[in-house]
Design a protein around this ligand. Structure first.
Ligand SMILES: *Cc1c(COP(=O)(O)O)cnc(C)c1O
Length: 402
């Protein structure tokens, strides 16, 4: 019988080495649980970077997928399909925007937002052709395309991939004054993550969203929120900026919009921005396809029906409170919002990786981000008893000798 090592050897031989996964080979999943090829059970505390907020194989989303697969799966946008309209209608209603533009992956949606903002700048704001500037933050993560890595501050994401796309300005995160100073007449947008997920679960100060909203309004600059990871309940509200009642001009969503089943992403905006797109300006063969639309619709319904934002808020607060009670010699800080939680390990002692490996042996799958931080982001359907089960193991790992 093929064992874990055999699968890993095979993938090492035939896959590009662009990831460094934990040595576990998963073959089934249900809810918050996953099983490896040898039958070991683990709690999924990563949720595919928040793409599995609804839990693995949510029955309602699986049913939508299977039902739609029996009808039609792909038409391309050369023709209409009967699922995209209802899906986008629902998405716009839920998020509160006039229009949506569907894509597949998060990076594609970020690219779409950049194109929308630039074209809006030229057509509506009157910026001179090819002069548009977009302000972004240090330590950002918005995806892996050539343009997006052009404004990354992570050397590894960029090394060997130049030349880079110009037109971006980098300021510190959580610094409204730096934003105001960086704005010029050519600035068309400020692109920001409400909580920096890949950057190590960095939560900005209270009032940050309000301040950046006021500044961007004052200078007629679009506020683009990349809620690909924070959206759909992860941080305890439907969208992270809802916490301060802030509505960005362009909302970028992905990950959980596909319910962990299918890649579905989109940008949302009101008509004065979205009407810069004319037929032929932008597109995607798979974006808005009937299968994606059916899955997206069901994914949204599950988030609302099962009150996942409220669950994340309540259980996230409980989880963080309990984590802070652990008297660990290794932990520098516990931080987060909702069920997006980071435990930072003291640099002088160790990196986060050995703790993740130890957790794996105890049946918890979590992944380090940015060397020092263990990210805990379970599916939002997790129960309190399941969090307690996890806490027991986490306590052990954070207090025992490494
Ligand atoms: C994951 C992520 C992306 C990229 O999404 P992909 O689907 O991997 O292209 C962009 N922005 C944020 C904040 C993310 O977490």
């Amino acid at each position: 019988m093929k064992k874990t090592e055999d699968y890993i050897r095979e993938v090492e031989k035939f896959s590009a080495h662009n990831y460094h996964p934990l040595p576990v080979v998963l073959s089934t999943g249900e809810g918050v649980w996953v099983w490896d090829v040898e039958g070991n059970k683990y709690m999924d505390m990563l949720s595919a970077y928040s793409a599995v907020n609804q839990g693995h194989r949510h029955p309602k989303i699986i049913k939508a997928l299977v039902d739609q697969a029996q009808k039609i799966t792909l038409t391309s946008r050369a023709f209409h399909n009967d699922k995209m309209g209802p899906f986008l209608h629902k998405l716009c209603g839920v998020a509160g925007y006039d229009k949506a533009l569907p894509m597949n992956t998060g990076a594609e949606a970020v690219e779409t937002a950049i194109k929308a903002a630039r074209k809006w700048g030229y057509l509506k704001k009157g910026v001179e052709e090819n002069k548009a500037e977009i302000i972004v933050c240090e330590n950002n993560f918005h995806g892996r395309t050539t343009t997006i890595i052009s404004f990354s501050t992570e050397p590894q994401y960029k090394f060997g991939f130049g030349p880079f796309t110009p037109g971006f300005k980098i300021i510190p995160y959580n610094d409204p004054e730096a934003l105001e100073k960086a704005i010029t007449p050519n600035t068309v947008a400020f692109l920001v993550e409400p909580v920096q997920g890949e950057g190590g679960v960095i939560v900005p100060d209270e009032g940050y969203y309000k301040k950046i909203r006021e500044i961007t309004k004052k200078y007629n600059v679009l506020l683009i929120a990349d809620e690909i990871q924070t959206g759909f309940g992860r941080t305890g509200t439907l969208f992270a900026m809802d916490r301060e009642g802030v509505k960005p001009d362009i909302l970028v969503v992905g990950k959980a919009l596909g319910g962990g089943i299918y890649p579905v992403s989109a940008i949302l905006a009101d008509d004065d921005i979205m009407d810069v797109f004319k037929p032929g300006d932008h597109g995607s063969t798979f974006g808005g396809n009937p299968l994606a639309s059916a899955v997206g619709m069901a994914s949204l319904e599950v988030i609302l029906e099962e009150k996942l934002p409220e669950r994340a808020e309540e259980l996230g607060n409980y989880f963080m409170e309990e984590l802070r009670k652990i008297n660990s010699p290794y932990v520098k800080e516990v931080r987060g919002r909702g069920l997006l939680v980071g435990v930072e390990i003291k640099k002088e002692i160790a990196t986060a990786r050995p703790f993740c490996e130890k957790l794996m042996r105890l049946g918890i799958l979590a992944k380090e981000t940015h060397e020092q931080v263990i990210r805990f982001a379970p599916p939002l359907i997790i129960k309190k008893e399941e969090i307690d089960w996890a806490l027991e193991k986490i306590r052990k790992v954070l207090t025992e000798p490494i």
